[in-house]
Design a protein around this ligand. Structure first.
Ligand SMILES: Nc1ncnc2c1ncn2[C@@H]1O[C@H](COP(=O)(O)OP(=O)(O)O)[C@@H](O)[C@H]1O
Ligand SMILES: [Mg+2]
Length: 400
């Protein structure tokens, strides 16, 4: 920025400050105005404090994954570690802390620590550009040891709580979703029990009809609790790599045969395209059956209107070894691109009613994702609206 440009800018800043009042102008114009209107140069004696932080102390604080900023008692920056600069940007020595950290909760806490000499905590979140959560610990400290050169300072540690918060949210959402899914059939069951005990007590026809509905609802609850248990068992073993030798191609063949009656009923031709030789992988046979069963069942249920489902199994080279590649392709209505990344989330369904009508729980693909991960594999979804969907699983083959 050259001088001829800077002058009118400064003039207009000052004019605006005059019109709005200084605090409003600062709010509107941001850091540039703060710098232009309020920055007093840091006092030399305060700048000297920087040397009070020994190289050893700097090295230790720099190794911290948490952001750490050392300030004068009055809130001027003395030093910031790498994590602080990576996370929040430049902390110029001598500048007020608030130039970089424009967080009212935090600035208030820093002032309070400077005034009272007692530690404080502050928590805040940011919504843009993405949701972020932070917590800061602010404590008074003395720099330069106990000697005559010692100075009061303030140290700020900022911890990024975003990941922790995300997991917390996920757990809360999961419990809320699972309870909701269980409560709906449970409410239906209780309703029918009351009706059978009261108004429909002696109505044989109604009793017959209601018992049928109650059985459907009870089965729905059972499917859901089975899926939840299955998910939690797989999660519990997530870090234990399966050790049995399993032939993926014969497992796929067996699952296809099990699914045949369902395919026939839905008028879907189930085609097999499987290599002759075994595809040996280190796997958990029960989990692999669940994995292929979920994908084939989905293809019949949601892609069955295409009339064909092709299940293939082959091997392909990858890096230093070989991969077993199993894919399930349907020619149904396909999945819109915005849904694809979310399909493996628990309880995520493109069409909740369609899934319920087809006895879905919304947990199938979440289970698939976990099984694939436990087998150190990869899951890929390719879908085109109106043309169909292909789910492909790649699992490393046993080297021996
Ligand atoms: N082959 C497919 N074609 C179209 N949509 C699919 C296919 N597979 C899965 N889906 C969609 O993904 C959702 C989630 O699948 P899943 O986790 O197995 O749950 P569920 O089958 O219990 O509904 C399904 O409800 C459906 O909307
Ligand atoms: Mg399913």
């Amino acid at each position: 920025m050259n001088g001829s440009f800077l002058l009118p800018v400064m003039a207009s800043l000052l004019a605006l400050a005059g019109c709005l009042g200084v605090p409003e102008a600062l709010w509107v114009l941001g850091p540039a105005a703060l710098l232009a209107l309020t920055a007093a140069p840091a006092r030399a004696e305060e700048m000297d404090l920087r040397s009070a932080l020994s190289p050893d102390a700097e090295a230790v604080l720099d190794a911290s994954p948490d952001a750490c900023i050392v300030l004068t008692k009055d809130g001027l920056v003395l030093w910031a570690n790498t994590a602080a600069r990576d996370q929040f940007g430049l902390f110029a020595a001598g500048n007020p802390f608030s130039f970089t950290m424009r967080v009212p909760e935090l600035i208030r806490a820093v002032e309070l620590v400077g005034r009272t000499g007692r530690s404080e905590r502050a928590r805040w979140s940011e919504k843009v550009p993405t949701s972020l959560w932070f917590e800061a610990y602010i404590a008074p400290c003395r720099l330069g040891g106990g000697g005559p050169d010692a100075h009061e300072a303030t140290i700020v540690f900022v911890r990024d709580l975003t990941e922790q918060q995300r997991l917390h949210r996920m757990r809360e959402d999961f419990v809320a979703n699972a309870s909701h899914e269980l409560r709906t059939p449970l409410a239906a069951l209780t309703g029918f029990i009351e009706t059978l005990q009261g108004p429909a007590k002696d109505d044989a026809k109604a009793r017959e009809q209601f018992l049928g509905i109650m059985q459907t609802q009870a089965e729905r609850m059972k499917r859901l609790t089975d899926a939840l248990l299955s998910l939690s068992r797989i999660e519990m073993r997530a870090h234990v790599r399966p050790s049995d030798l399993v032939d993926a191609s014969s497992t796929v063949r067996a699952v296809v045969e099990l699914a045949r009656p369902q395919a026939n009923e839905a008028d879907v031709a189930l085609e097999l395209n499987i290599v002759d030789e075994p595809l040996r992988i280190r796997g958990d046979a029960d989990e692999l059956v669940q994995l292929f069963d979920n994908l084939i069942e989905n293809a019949i249920k949601y892609g069955g209107d295409g009339g064909r489902v092709i299940v293939s199994a082959a091997c392909e080279p990858s890096g230093s070894g070989m991969m077993a590649v199993i894919s399930v392709q349907d020619f149904g209505r396909g999945i819109a691109p915005e849904h694809v990344p979310r399909l493996t989330e628990r309880f995520y369904r493109v069409d909740v009613e369609a899934s319920r009508a087809k006895q879905g729980t919304g947990l199938g693909l979440a289970i698939v994702k976990h099984i694939v991960a436990r087998h150190r594999g990869r899951l890929n979804v390719r879908s085109e609206l109106g043309a169909g969907t292909t789910f492909t699983v790649r699992i490393p083959m046993d080297q021996a």
